[in-house]
Design a protein around this ligand. Structure first.
Ligand code: URP
Ligand code: ZN
Ligand code: ZN
Ligand code: ZN
Length: 467
């Protein structure tokens, strides 16, 4: 029995409203809201009261793109479900959707079972799964129907990484046709991996081995081309499409054009593309390896187009693609050959704060912050309004956020299991103070009060963002 908790006096921000309100929580759910100071609010009573005067009261973040313990590039992403979800909570995120992996030659079911075993009993916050489909054949397509029924309603395919996760256009079309029937959502890694591999080989033959060449061979045009192709394949299949980790302005233009045509296509970008650039990839002494991910970081001029896309709703979601590899021993696998650097950046702890900084800097409004980081990911992946908002009946996943606190991001103080921060030394205004997950305090005034195993698996309905 969790009892009642009352959050008094804060500014409650959702995707649709900002209101000074008291929030009553009972049995892990939002029981009621009432404007602060009104008789209705004064009538609220609870065993525990949190004073949120001068603070924001926001829904817990929904990070719809993480890779805990992902086997990749001959090693494993360094955060486990235990360390990664704890770090997420520290950063104000209360739900993650991680990617279970189908290995080539194996079933979706085997991959999903493996991911359940990794996560169960270990998570500090709630979690769901997408499924990476790397081996499309008749059995796989049938299994997709079953997974949708049991709450795994989205499937990632790769136009990149030949020989690993890659699907050809025919396999993609078949999966899209199936998702058009079963209500699943195809999530696309849109880069022309066949062409990129040619450019990688040619770059290495020229002796271009430094991390910055990772950004040069994975060209923006090849992201845009793949994005265009994925959009048209989805159109032919009559299926919706969600393009993950969009970094190139040319790819945003493809999404915008398709949306102007009325197609149900959606785009996600990530903080690293909004705040970092090829300047980071070019850092000397192999430091650039810390910023190797795919799609790659782009020259700075792409950032303005990504912010614009987030404002015009041509991009709907900001997720982290959290896929950490330590510099020592992991990123270092690619010394002398950038193509051997494990791809991925840490960030699950930083997303809510970086996007709040974007509010401070004037890129987005406060409500848009909550929309792209909480509400829309919850709706896109079938968890709304249980997750992603503050409304009676919703899970009491709530963050008390201090918009005036100052912090300096650093690997010394972060909680992710990785030996560097992609945002080292960055000054941010705003910081998470207290985090409730289904009413249970996971972070209490900047102390960790959660536990591994509190977080539960969250089955999802199909996409709620279509019309
Ligand atoms: O570099 C990245 N993004 N690593 C994670 C795997 C993926 O493609 O999302
Ligand atoms: Zn098998
Ligand atoms: Zn990807
Ligand atoms: Zn990813």
């Amino acid at each position: 029995m969790v009892g009642r908790t009352l959050i008094r006096g804060g500014l409650v921000i959702t995707a649709s409203d900002e209101i000074h309100a008291d929030v009553l929580i009972e049995d892990g759910r939002i029981a009621a809201l009432a404007a602060t100071g009104t008789p209705a609010a004064e009538a609220f009573t609870a065993e525990r009261t949190i004073d949120a005067t001068g603070k924001y009261v926001i829904p817990g973040g929904v990070d719809a793109h993480t890779h805990m313990e992902l086997p990749f590039g001959g090693t494993f992403a360094s955060d486990t479900f235990e360390t990664g979800t704890r770090a997420a909570a520290w950063g104000g995120t209360t739900t993650i959707v991680d990617f279970a992996v189908q290995s080539v030659g194996h079933s979706l079911r085997e991959g999903l079972d493996t991911w359940h075993a990794k996560a169960e009993g270990n998570c500090a916050i709630d979690y769901g799964f997408h499924m990476i489909v790397s081996d499309v054949h008749q059995e796989t397509l049938k299994e997709m129907d079953l997974l949708v029924e049991e709450g795994v309603t989205s499937f990632k395919q790769f136009m990149a990484y030949p020989g690993v996760f890659y699907s050809d256009d025919g396999q993609i079309l078949r999966a899209m046709q199936r998702s058009a029937e079963n209500g699943g959502l195809i999530m696309m890694h849109a880069e022309n991996g066949i062409a990129i591999d040619v450019l990688v080989e040619q770059a290495l033959a020229r002796g271009e081995t430094d991390p910055r060449y990772h950004g040069e061979v994975r060209k923006a045009l090849l992201e845009a081309e793949a994005t265009h192709r994925a959009i048209r394949l989805a159109q032919v299949a009559g299926a919706p499409l969600y393009v993950v980790h969009v970094s190139a302005m040319e790819a945003v233009a493809e999404l915008a054009r398709a949306r102007d045509e009325g197609l149900p296509v959606f785009g996600e970008t990530c903080p690293q593309y909004l705040f970092l650039s090829t300047d980071n990839l070019a850092e000397p002494d192999f430091e650039g390896s810390k910023y190797v991910c795919s799609t790659p970081l782009r020259p700075k001029e792409h950032q303005a187009k990504l912010w614009q896309g987030l404002r015009t709703n041509d991009l709907q979601v900001v997720s982290t693609d959290h896929c950490p590899f330590c510099f020592v021993g992991q990123k270092e696998l690619g010394r002398g050959d950038f193509s051997k650097i494990p791809n991925g950046l840490p960030g699950v702890e930083n997303r809510m704060d970086l996007l709040h900084q974007a509010v401070v800097d004037g890129h987005i409004s406060r409500r848009r912050w909550i929309e792209i980081a909480c509400a829309t990911p919850a709706r896109m992946f079938g968890m709304y309004p249980k997750k992603g908002t503050i409304t009676p009946g919703a899970d009491a996943d709530v963050v008390i956020y201090d918009p005036h606190a100052e912090q300096v991001v650093s690997a010394v103080t972060h909680h992710m299991n990785v030996d560097y921060s992609a945002y080292e030394g960055r000054r941010l205004t705003g910081r998470v103070e207290t985090v409730l997950s289904r009413g249970v305090p996971v972070i209490t005034e900047r102390e960790y009060t959660g536990r591994a195993g509190h977080g539960v698996y969250t089955p999802r309905s199909t996409c709620q963002y279509l019309n």
